[in-house]
Ligand binder design. Sequence first.
Ligand SMILES: [Zn+2]
Ligand SMILES: [Zn+2]
Length: 76
Amino acid sequence: MDLREKCAYCGDMTDMPFECNYCKDPFCSEHRLPEEHRCVKLTSIRAARFGQRKIIRDDDPNKPGFFKKIFGKFKG
Ligand SMILES: [Zn+2]
Ligand SMILES: [Zn+2]
């Protein structure tokens, strides 16, 4: 049986994936913290905290694709 999961951030296979409390995606031990995998939820939490005065530009090639739909919500 293979219970390994792919880290949603770096793509590494890990025997004991950590599930993010915020986005529920599996991550390796290196990227399990929201800050380490640029958690989509963390971004929205921070945006709310800063009064949405500025959203970080979505120009990071390492950023997972699912970031786009979150950023779309802030447009306009
Ligand atoms: Zn990772
Ligand atoms: Zn997360």
